[in-house]
Design a protein around this ligand. Sequence first.
Ligand code: IMP
Length: 188
Amino acid sequence: MAEAQKPHPDIERILIPEEDVRRRIQELAREISRDYAGRTPMLVGVLKGCILFLSELIKEIELDCSVDFICLASYTGTNSSGVVRMLLDLRDSAQGRDMLVIEDIVDTGLTIGYLMQNLQTRGPRTVEVCTLLDKPECRKIGIQPKYVGFRIPNDFVVGFGLDYNERYRNLPYIGVLKPSAIASRKGS
Ligand code: IMP
Protein backbone atom coordinates (compact mmCIF):
# COMPACT_ATOMS: atom_id res chain seq x y z
CA MET A 1 0.00 0.00 0.00
CA ALA A 2 1.29 3.50 -0.84
CA GLU A 3 2.54 5.52 2.12
CA ALA A 4 0.43 8.53 3.11
CA GLN A 5 1.90 11.78 1.83
CA LYS A 6 3.64 13.85 4.49
CA PRO A 7 3.03 17.54 3.90
CA HIS A 8 5.80 20.14 3.83
CA PRO A 9 6.06 21.88 7.25
CA ASP A 10 4.70 25.14 5.77
CA ILE A 11 1.56 23.41 4.49
CA GLU A 12 -1.55 23.65 6.67
CA ARG A 13 -3.36 20.85 4.83
CA ILE A 14 -3.26 18.95 1.56
CA LEU A 15 -6.26 20.12 -0.41
CA ILE A 16 -5.80 17.81 -3.42
CA PRO A 17 -3.51 14.77 -3.14
CA GLU A 18 -1.15 13.95 -6.01
CA GLU A 19 -3.14 10.90 -7.11
CA ASP A 20 -6.33 12.93 -7.49
CA VAL A 21 -4.50 15.66 -9.43
CA ARG A 22 -3.05 13.09 -11.85
CA ARG A 23 -6.37 11.28 -12.28
CA ARG A 24 -8.19 14.52 -13.05
CA ILE A 25 -5.50 15.58 -15.55
CA GLN A 26 -6.02 12.28 -17.39
CA GLU A 27 -9.75 13.02 -17.58
CA LEU A 28 -9.10 16.53 -18.91
CA ALA A 29 -6.71 15.12 -21.54
CA ARG A 30 -9.37 12.65 -22.69
CA GLU A 31 -11.93 15.45 -22.97
CA ILE A 32 -9.50 17.66 -24.93
CA SER A 33 -8.50 14.77 -27.24
CA ARG A 34 -12.19 14.18 -27.99
CA ASP A 35 -13.08 17.86 -28.51
CA TYR A 36 -10.10 18.63 -30.76
CA ALA A 37 -10.18 15.38 -32.78
CA GLY A 38 -8.95 16.02 -36.34
CA ARG A 39 -7.31 19.32 -35.36
CA THR A 40 -3.79 20.26 -34.23
CA PRO A 41 -4.23 22.51 -31.21
CA MET A 42 -1.53 24.89 -30.05
CA LEU A 43 -1.12 24.53 -26.31
CA VAL A 44 -0.04 27.84 -24.79
CA GLY A 45 1.49 27.34 -21.37
CA VAL A 46 1.38 30.35 -19.05
CA LEU A 47 4.70 30.34 -17.20
CA LYS A 48 5.73 29.53 -14.66
CA GLY A 49 2.71 28.02 -12.88
CA CYS A 50 1.76 25.76 -15.82
CA ILE A 51 4.95 23.68 -15.80
CA LEU A 52 3.80 20.53 -13.99
CA PHE A 53 0.20 20.67 -15.21
CA LEU A 54 1.21 21.09 -18.86
CA SER A 55 3.85 18.38 -18.75
CA GLU A 56 1.39 15.87 -17.26
CA LEU A 57 -1.40 16.93 -19.63
CA ILE A 58 0.52 16.68 -22.93
CA LYS A 59 1.63 13.12 -22.13
CA GLU A 60 -2.02 12.11 -22.01
CA ILE A 61 -3.33 14.04 -25.04
CA GLU A 62 -3.79 11.69 -27.98
CA LEU A 63 -3.51 14.26 -30.75
CA ASP A 64 -0.87 16.03 -32.78
CA CYS A 65 -0.36 19.29 -30.95
CA SER A 66 2.25 22.02 -30.61
CA VAL A 67 3.40 23.71 -27.43
CA ASP A 68 4.46 27.30 -26.91
CA PHE A 69 4.86 29.50 -23.84
CA ILE A 70 4.01 32.93 -22.62
CA CYS A 71 5.13 34.49 -19.34
CA LEU A 72 2.95 37.01 -17.56
CA ALA A 73 3.43 38.80 -14.26
CA SER A 74 0.50 40.02 -12.20
CA TYR A 75 1.15 38.83 -8.66
CA THR A 76 3.27 40.03 -5.80
CA GLY A 77 3.20 37.52 -2.93
CA THR A 78 -0.45 36.55 -2.40
CA ASN A 79 -2.04 39.62 -4.03
CA SER A 80 -3.06 40.22 -7.61
CA SER A 81 -1.68 43.60 -8.60
CA GLY A 82 -4.33 43.84 -11.34
CA VAL A 83 -1.67 45.08 -13.74
CA VAL A 84 -0.54 42.36 -16.12
CA ARG A 85 2.87 42.56 -17.82
CA MET A 86 4.10 40.27 -20.60
CA LEU A 87 7.60 39.05 -19.79
CA LEU A 88 7.90 36.50 -22.62
CA ASP A 89 5.84 36.21 -25.81
CA LEU A 90 4.97 33.26 -28.09
CA ARG A 91 7.53 32.21 -30.69
CA ASP A 92 4.97 30.71 -33.09
CA SER A 93 2.29 32.50 -35.11
CA ALA A 94 -1.24 32.19 -33.78
CA GLN A 95 -2.83 32.87 -37.18
CA GLY A 96 -5.60 30.34 -37.88
CA ARG A 97 -4.61 28.14 -34.92
CA ASP A 98 -6.82 26.46 -32.33
CA MET A 99 -5.19 27.86 -29.20
CA LEU A 100 -5.66 26.23 -25.83
CA VAL A 101 -4.26 28.31 -22.98
CA ILE A 102 -2.94 26.17 -20.11
CA GLU A 103 -3.11 27.95 -16.74
CA ASP A 104 -2.37 26.81 -13.21
CA ILE A 105 -5.20 28.79 -11.59
CA VAL A 106 -7.85 31.36 -12.47
CA ASP A 107 -8.48 33.61 -9.50
CA THR A 108 -9.65 37.19 -10.19
CA GLY A 109 -9.61 36.33 -13.92
CA LEU A 110 -7.62 39.49 -14.71
CA THR A 111 -4.59 37.63 -16.05
CA ILE A 112 -6.55 35.32 -18.31
CA GLY A 113 -8.85 38.16 -19.38
CA TYR A 114 -5.83 40.17 -20.50
CA LEU A 115 -4.31 37.17 -22.27
CA MET A 116 -7.52 36.21 -24.11
CA GLN A 117 -7.88 39.77 -25.42
CA ASN A 118 -4.25 39.83 -26.48
CA LEU A 119 -4.42 36.43 -28.26
CA GLN A 120 -7.68 37.30 -30.04
CA THR A 121 -5.88 40.16 -31.86
CA ARG A 122 -3.49 37.62 -33.47
CA GLY A 123 -6.05 35.95 -35.76
CA PRO A 124 -6.45 32.52 -34.16
CA ARG A 125 -9.28 30.19 -35.24
CA THR A 126 -10.30 29.56 -31.63
CA VAL A 127 -9.00 30.42 -28.15
CA GLU A 128 -10.04 28.39 -25.09
CA VAL A 129 -8.70 28.07 -21.55
CA CYS A 130 -7.82 24.95 -19.58
CA THR A 131 -6.99 25.59 -15.94
CA LEU A 132 -5.99 23.11 -13.26
CA LEU A 133 -7.67 25.17 -10.52
CA ASP A 134 -10.50 27.67 -10.48
CA LYS A 135 -11.43 30.00 -7.59
CA PRO A 136 -14.80 31.30 -8.84
CA GLU A 137 -15.49 33.26 -5.61
CA CYS A 138 -12.61 35.61 -6.39
CA ARG A 139 -13.63 36.57 -9.91
CA LYS A 140 -13.49 40.28 -10.80
CA ILE A 141 -14.45 39.85 -14.46
CA GLY A 142 -16.97 37.54 -16.15
CA ILE A 143 -14.73 34.83 -17.53
CA GLN A 144 -15.27 31.06 -17.39
CA PRO A 145 -12.56 28.64 -18.54
CA LYS A 146 -13.84 25.81 -20.79
CA TYR A 147 -11.81 23.11 -18.99
CA VAL A 148 -11.43 23.17 -15.19
CA GLY A 149 -9.56 20.57 -13.14
CA PHE A 150 -10.90 21.52 -9.70
CA ARG A 151 -13.05 24.33 -8.29
CA ILE A 152 -11.52 25.35 -4.97
CA PRO A 153 -12.41 27.79 -2.17
CA ASN A 154 -10.69 31.11 -1.64
CA ASP A 155 -7.50 29.83 0.04
CA PHE A 156 -3.98 30.60 -1.09
CA VAL A 157 -2.65 27.31 -2.45
CA VAL A 158 0.77 26.11 -3.60
CA GLY A 159 2.28 23.00 -5.17
CA PHE A 160 2.03 21.21 -8.52
CA GLY A 161 3.60 24.26 -10.17
CA LEU A 162 1.95 26.96 -8.04
CA ASP A 163 4.25 29.10 -5.95
CA TYR A 164 4.42 31.63 -3.16
CA ASN A 165 7.28 34.01 -3.87
CA GLU A 166 8.84 31.35 -6.13
CA ARG A 167 8.75 28.58 -3.52
CA TYR A 168 6.75 25.33 -3.24
CA ARG A 169 6.28 24.75 -7.01
CA ASN A 170 7.87 21.30 -6.65
CA LEU A 171 5.36 19.95 -4.11
CA PRO A 172 3.57 17.06 -5.85
CA TYR A 173 0.14 17.95 -4.37
CA ILE A 174 -2.00 21.09 -3.99
CA GLY A 175 -1.75 22.39 -0.45
CA VAL A 176 -3.01 25.33 1.58
CA LEU A 177 -0.14 27.45 2.89
CA LYS A 178 -0.01 28.14 6.65
CA PRO A 179 -0.75 31.81 7.45
CA SER A 180 2.51 31.82 9.45
CA ALA A 181 4.46 30.85 6.30
CA ILE A 182 2.87 33.77 4.46
CA ALA A 183 3.46 36.25 7.28
CA SER A 184 7.07 35.17 7.86
CA ARG A 185 7.96 35.64 4.19
CA LYS A 186 6.23 38.97 3.55
CA GLY A 187 8.68 41.29 1.90
CA SER A 188 11.25 38.52 1.29
P1 IMP B 1 -5.73 36.13 -11.53
O1 IMP B 1 -5.27 37.17 -12.49
O2 IMP B 1 -6.13 36.74 -10.21
O3 IMP B 1 -6.79 35.22 -12.07
O4 IMP B 1 -4.49 35.25 -11.13
C1 IMP B 1 -3.84 34.38 -11.97
C2 IMP B 1 -2.44 34.09 -11.50
O5 IMP B 1 -2.22 34.43 -10.12
C3 IMP B 1 -2.18 32.61 -11.58
O6 IMP B 1 -1.66 32.25 -12.84
C4 IMP B 1 -1.20 32.38 -10.45
O7 IMP B 1 0.12 32.55 -10.91
C5 IMP B 1 -1.52 33.44 -9.43
N1 IMP B 1 -2.38 32.94 -8.32
C6 IMP B 1 -3.67 33.20 -8.06
N2 IMP B 1 -4.13 32.55 -6.98
C7 IMP B 1 -3.08 31.82 -6.54
C8 IMP B 1 -2.91 30.90 -5.43
O8 IMP B 1 -3.81 30.57 -4.64
N3 IMP B 1 -1.67 30.37 -5.32
C9 IMP B 1 -0.62 30.64 -6.16
N4 IMP B 1 -0.75 31.48 -7.19
C10 IMP B 1 -1.96 32.08 -7.38
